[in-house]
Ligand binder design. Structure first.
Ligand code: UD1
Length: 338
């Protein structure tokens, strides 16, 4: 029996892992042990995805919670090392670009357990973003890499990460294979359920095609108060000028920042605008419903940018650059420099 040890910790990883775990459950020759780092811990950031998407319960929860990058990364590494030695899996399966991903890649590769990286090769070409550092480190330590796009494959090749078929697979000679995007697999799997569940639209009093979906959570936007003020002021103006509702599920990081004294005025401005609907983070299916029925998406999330393309929606990206260059050239994404 082949043993895969999967390490996940943040919302986008629960979503990606759901697509692969479903397939692993159906097989008799592969067995999965799930480790949840606890990077995301609120019910609406974690448990709701396990329930809704049928992820198996984790065997270990490291409960690392929040902290500085080094604190979070080191706590994951210390706890995970013991688990890896005890479980001795055939490989460690990782997703995306979070601190949990990088911490697990370093820990596993140091004790010679092969690392498999799903969503490899993605680059924003901005090393001031923690996610970019996590991507580069994880990719260069992995033995098997699954870039979701052609561009991802090219990025890896440019960094010397490619396979030489005359040699054994290892992290010195990694296997790189573009099998497509697990998020698209989720899209196909859950799209068929959308017709039956529209509750979120009536709960939030939204009319189809008459609202804009907004998400903001990147530290570069949220922790820079003048930038966050600019974004929210622009969104407020858009909603008043166009008389359109803005639905804004607030990530915990953003919520914390909005409680700062400096942002009191902008928070007050939003509360006075009846067109701005603030709510807690929503489940995967509710997010799909919100995407499917909106007029426009404004986001700094890597995943939502891609899903905008799946739903054929225009999307304004609140980042200096996006890793999904194909979506800019195809006209789905509009990059906005603030
Ligand atoms: C992380 C990832 C990012 C991913 C995002 C998805 C890194 C460096 N970044 O960013 O790539 O797109 O997750 O959401 O790993 N918090 C709560 N409750 C929770 C989760 C977080 O209150 O359930 C708070 C934390 O205490 C922290 C803040 O939100 O203060 C940010 O969480 P953190 O995990 O540091 O990063 P994200 O911004 O979520």
């Amino acid at each position: 029996m082949y043993k895969i040890l999967t390490v996940i910790g943040a919302r986008p990883q629960f979503i990606k892992a759901a697509a692969i775990s479903k397939v692993i459950i159906e097989r008799e020759d592969v067995f999965e042990v799930l480790v949840h780092t606890g990077q995301h811990y609120d019910k609406n950031m974690s448990a709701v995805f396990f329930e809704e998407m049928g992820l198996p319960k984790e065997k270990y929860n490291l409960n690392v919670g929040s902290g500085t990058h080094a604190k979070m990364t080191s706590e994951i590494m210390i706890q995970l090392e013991d688990i890896l030695i005890q479980e001795n899996p055939d490989c460690v399966l990782l997703y995306g670009d979070t601190n949990s991903t990088m911490a697990a890649a370093i820990t596993a590769s140091k004790i010679h357990i092969p690392v498999v990286h799903v969503e490899a090769g993605i680059r924003s070409k901005r090393k001031n973003r923690p996610e970019e550092l996590n991507r580069i480190i994880t990719d260069h330590l992995s033995s098997i890499l699954f870039p979701p796009t052609k561009e991802g494959e090219i990025n890896l090749k440019n960094e010397g990460v490619f396979y030489n078929p005359s040699k054994r697979v290892s992290n010195d000679n990694p296997l790189v294979h573009n099998f497509g995007d697990v998020m698209y697999d989720n899209f196909i799997r859950f799209k068929s359920l959308l017709g039956k569940r529209k509750g979120i639209l009536s709960n939030l009093n939204l009319t189809e095609k008459k609202y804009v979906l907004l998400t903001i959570h990147r530290a570069l936007n949220t922790d820079n108060h003048s930038k966050l003020t600019k974004i929210l002021t622009a969104v407020n103006t858009l909603s008043l000028k166009e008389n359109i509702k803005i639905i804004f599920p607030i990530h915990p990081r953003t919520k914390k920042q909005l409680d700062a004294d400096e942002l009191k005025e902008v928070k007050e401005m939003m509360h006075q605008n009846n067109n701005i609907v603030l709510c807690d983070p929503v489940s995967f299916i509710d997010m799909m419903i919100l995407q499917d029925n909106c007029k426009l998406i404004i986001t700094d999330s890597g995943g939502i940018q891609k899903e905008a393309a799946f739903f054929e929606k225009k999307c304004i990206v609140l980042l200096e650059s996006t890793p999904w260059k194909e979506l800019v050239s195809s006209g789905v994404l509009i990059e906005l420099t603030l």
